[in-house]
Design a protein around this ligand. Structure first.
Ligand SMILES: NC(=O)C1=CN([C@@H]2O[C@H](COP(=O)(O)OP(=O)(O)OC[C@H]3O[C@@H](n4cnc5c(N)ncnc54)[C@H](OP(=O)(O)O)[C@@H]3O)[C@@H](O)[C@H]2O)C=CC1
Ligand SMILES: O=C1O[C@H](COP(=O)(O)O)[C@@H](O)[C@H](O)[C@H]1O
Length: 509
């Protein structure tokens, strides 16, 4: 990997502390950072190099999945960090930064490969991109890349405007849009699994799949992000990006000779094939919810409108569920259900593929036969399981589900940010959101945003600690399905996992 300078805007902020420094450290320990590498941290605070290095060390001690054991190694890592005061609006700060970056590149004898990481509020993206170009920071004899964090716009028009401004300074190939769900190990394994197993590939169609369920339930509430969240809601914060990205990743079919660019090209085809929601009829396809007071893990929690910084009459959505369809050869007729929300009963992020039951009528005479399920679980655990049926080994003769474990979490699995930052260094954009996907996701979501703004979709209050409004269950019940693993299913799954371990085939020792 070529030597690189990372120019980190927002080096004093929360994301840098919680995610970026620990990820860089773990990559360094694993020998996955360019050698040598150099970091310029930026912010308005009057920090010194030493103060930045102290903060980086503290962040590693607090947030890294691996705690430093080798002091020399840690010091070698920290010594790569420099700090420069920069206000995004002050041109002279960029000029000063350019001088510092150039002299450091000379001192280290490294090429002018520069990775600009914008870990700042999205309102600064355009200004920074403009100043990178006008100051000469972006005129390098090596490569340059721009890493940005979501949100990529607030709606279709603002996303297009942002993209236009970024495109004046960086080409699409140089822009790496982070969607941290694409960095999750289970998501990264999805394609491999389908690709390497013709048997799964063969079943990945509407001929065998009854429905798909994508869930991202959270127990946390709005926390300290009232200002941002109350203007975004679950639809912009999670649905438009993470949830639709999961759907695209799941629904693509790659040719056997596929190359690195193919994943993104196929994802675009999937999002283009999404059947548009019918304006005027959105309430039949989309459920909008907001948490009321309740309790989580036995502790009382406030309702959304009593949270600090949230207006008492806020009608913001903290929960969204929707029924979607993909109109293409593989997926036509398969309902896809997506739900995400805050202050729900448990943290669970998963995709369930429910297979059809061609033998249902015969099998229904037998008790306990369940549909086969392929489950990609990202939280609370990381696993990929295929649920089959077997006779109860206890001798009752009843059928019971058993899980074939295709992948289990191993200790020290790289976190999403490690995977993604490593890919950005290598210039591999497979697991970053392409502008085409982002634009089409906003296009699909736009009628829902309008319907929410015009109150055309009822706002359903749900008790904190529940699974969301009952209308979310009704979305599936109308098609004869239910959300897998809620309540009783969660217990059954747990018992099943405990009781059936002897059947588990651990493909991933
Ligand atoms: N925190 C998280 O978990 C996640 C964050 N994100 C995104 O990452 C980005 C950063 O978020 P987060 O770290 O939480 O935000 P913080 O508010 O914690 O940090 C903001 C950073 O921006 C800097 N900054 C603010 N104003 C200026 C300015 N005028 N000139 C120069 N620097 C400025 C601040 O430095 P200083 O105060 O020193 O000027 C600080 O380092 C946002 O886009 C957010 O949406 C995405 C996913 C998760
Ligand atoms: O991007 C975001 O994601 C988190 C959930 O991420 P996860 O990896 O813990 O599932 C969410 O809490 C936050 O509101 C959102 O901005």
């Amino acid at each position: 990997m070529e030597a690189t300078t990372i120019v980190l805007f927002g080096a004093t902020g929360d994301l840098a502390k919680r995610k970026i420094y620990p990820a860089l450290y773990n990559l360094f320990v694993d020998g996955k950072l360019p050698e040598p590498f150099s970091v310029f941290g930026l912010g308005r605070r009057e920090w010194s190099d030493a103060k930045l290095q102290e903060n980086v060390e503290q962040s590693i001690l607090t947030f890294s999945r691996r705690k430093p054991e080798d002091t020399d190694k840690l010091q070698a890592f920290l010594s790569a960090f420099r700090y420069s005061v920069l206000d995004v609006d002050r041109e002279e700060d960029y000029k000063k930064l350019l001088d510092m970056v150039e002299s450091r590149e000379e001192e280290l004898g490294i090429p002018q490969n520069r990775l600009f990481y914008l870990s700042v509020g999205p309102e600064y993206f355009k200004t920074i991109a403009y100043n990178i170009k006008s100051s000469g920071l972006g005129t390098t004899k090596g490569w340059k890349r721009l890493v940005i964090e979501k949100p990529f716009g607030h709606d279709l028009a603002s996303a297009r405007d942002l993209n236009e401004k970024l495109s004046a300074a960086f080409t699409e190939d140089e822009i790496f849009r982070i969607d941290h769900y694409l960095g999750k190990p289970v998501v990264q394994k999805m394609e491999m699994l389908q690709h390497a197993n013709p048997v799964l590939q063969a079943f990945w169609t509407n001929r065998y799949i009854a429905n798909v369920q994508i869930t991202a339930n959270e127990t946390v509430g709005v926390e300290e992000r009232a200002g941002y969240y109350d203007k975004s809601g679950a639809i912009r914060d999670m649905f438009q990006n993470h949830m639709l990205q999961l759907l695209m990743m799941l629904a693509i079919h790659l040719p056997s000779d596929s190359g690195p660019g193919d994943v993104r090209a196929r994802k675009k085809e999937v999002v283009e094939a999404l059947v548009p929601v019918q304006a005027g009829n959105i309430a039949s396809q989309v459920v909008r919810g907001q948490y009321a007071e309740g309790s989580i893990n036995g502790k009382p929690v406030a309702g959304y409108t009593s949270e600090p910084g949230i207006a008492a009459d806020s009608r913001n959505d903290t929960f969204v569920a929707a029924r979607l369809e993909i109109d293409n050869y593989f997926w036509r007729g398969v309902p896809i259900y997506i739900r995400t929300g805050k202050r729900l009963k448990e943290k669970s992020t998963r995709i369930v593929i429910e297979f059809k039951e061609p033998l249902k009528s015969a099998a229904s005479k037998e008790s306990g036969i369940a549909p086969n399920l392929l489950v990609f679980e990202m939280a609370p655990n990381e696993s990929i399981t295929l649920q089959l049926n077997t006779r109860d080994p206890g001798g009752s003769g009843e059928f019971k589900p058993m899980n074939v474990d295709l992948h289990t979490h191993r200790d020290n699995t790289a976190e999403a940010y490690e995977n993604l930052i490593h890919d950005a260094f290598r210039g591999d954009a497979t697991f970053f959101a392409h502008w085409d996907e982002v634009e089409r996701s906003w296009q699909w979501v736009e009628p829902i945003l309008n319907a929410f703004a015009n109150n055309e979709v009822p706002l359903r209050l749900y008790e904190a600690g529940s699974y969301g409004p009952k209308e979310s269950d009704e979305l599936l019940a109308g098609d004869g399905f239910h959300w897998w693993f809620d309540d009783i299913d969660a217990k059954a799954k747990q018992e099943n996992q405990e009781g059936e371990q002897q059947y588990a085939y651990h493909a991933n020792h």
